[in-house]
Design a binder for this molecule. Structure first.
Ligand code: SF4
Length: 336
């Protein structure tokens, strides 16, 4: 069967609710007909998610000094990455941050800004293996404050979870919990030695068990093979996450991956498109690295399987302003 026909057959299968095998996904990933692949991934996206783009803003609410050694991460205490490090932000204290669109803010203000900027959700991210109890309780208090004062979906990312803590977050009204698998199981030991792939799967499963929505993605461009990108996609799909952030490595000075060759933009688009075949209904969100690696800031990705983006910058690096992203979304005929 010709590539063009093969891609259309697999698209119709996905639209009919059938799963894609690893072998089929491999053929899709390596097709020379990237135009048809992107177009068909877009057809699947529109069929299950219409024209809506999920826009999210992040706040790095506790930066750096993480005891884990993820080799891509500038927040690990193992590496001298010269980022802006700070302890958990008190709810009402002004924070000076150089790398975010707005230099001064408090968590509440940031949530309000997210809402006014067109974001439908706001995610507090903290660099922990898991928060100490006192800080977990402080985070809970902040969640209640935001819930009472800002009409926005609240997501959090706090590292490893227990059933009790995930249940508590659910009871406070947290919508979604982020815990990425980061890399394929077969590649994981190359990027982290302080915990393993099974640890990450376990927290993702706890999140599901406690009734929170799961946001679970990974990072591509860390030296893995294309097949390992598929392997990661299949592992993520097995968890049935509501949201899947696709990060493209931005090599950070001081980390072991600082000199890793960049992934080609086309390979990132192929990965996004094929992950859409594996997860037809999820929010597939272009995240860190899109401004650097996708020269159009994500326009093509949003027409090739993605239906969400992070706006307003990331955890340790800046990004597009919400205005710029919203304009781009509207220019390509989509909406928030
Ligand atoms: S656990 Fe998270 S914050 Fe800590 S080093 Fe790994 S990726 Fe970075």
């Amino acid at each position: 069967m010709q590539n063009h026909d093969f891609i259309h057959v697999k698209t119709n299968n996905v639209l009919a609710g059938l799963a894609v095998s690893f072998e089929d996904a491999e053929r899709l990933l390596f097709t020379k007909d990237i135009g048809t692949l992107a177009q068909c991934a877009n057809t699947i996206t529109r069929a299950f998610n219409a024209n809506k783009v999920d826009v999210e803003m992040l706040l790095n609410a506790k930066s750096g000094t993480c005891p884990e050694n993820c080799s891509f991460c500038s927040q690990s205490s193992f590496y001298d990455s010269r980022i802006n490090k700070y302890p958990l932000l008190p709810t009402e204290i002004i924070l000076q941050r150089a790398q975010i669109v707005l230099p001064t803010e408090v968590i509440l203000q940031r949530a309000q800004i997210a809402k006014e900027g067109g974001a439908s959700s706001f995610c507090q991210v903290c660099a922990y293996r898991a928060p100490p109890e006192k800080e977990f309780l402080q985070i809970c208090k902040t969640i209640v404050e935001i819930k009472n004062k800002v009409d926005i979906d609240i997501n959090v990312s706090l590292g490893f979870m227990t059933h009790a803590r995930a249940g508590k977050l659910k009871s406070l009204g947290v919508k979604r919990y982020n815990h990425n698998l980061e890399a394929a199981e077969s590649y994981f030991s190359k990027i982290c030695k302080t915990h393993d792939f099974a640890d990450r799967m376990k927290t993702a499963q706890i999140v599901k068990d406690e009734g929170l929505e799961l946001c679970c993605g990974g990072i591509i461009g860390m030296g893995e093979t294309p097949q390992q990108r598929l392997e990661l996609g299949f592992s993520i799909a097995s968890l049935r996450p509501e949201e899947v952030p696709v990060n493209i490595l931005v090599a950070q000075q001081g980390t072991p991956l600082a000199q890793i060759p960049q992934i080609a933009g086309d390979d990132a688009i192929r990965t996004i498109a094929v992950w859409r075949f594996l997860m037809p209904k999820t929010i597939l969100k272009i995240a860190g690295g899109r401004e650097l690696h996708l020269k159009d800031n994500g326009r093509l990705a949003l027409r090739a399987g993605a239906n969400g983006l992070i706006t307003g910058g990331y955890l340790t690096i800046g990004g597009n302003s919400p205005d710029k992203d919203l304009q781009m979304i509207h220019e390509i005929g989509l909406h928030t």
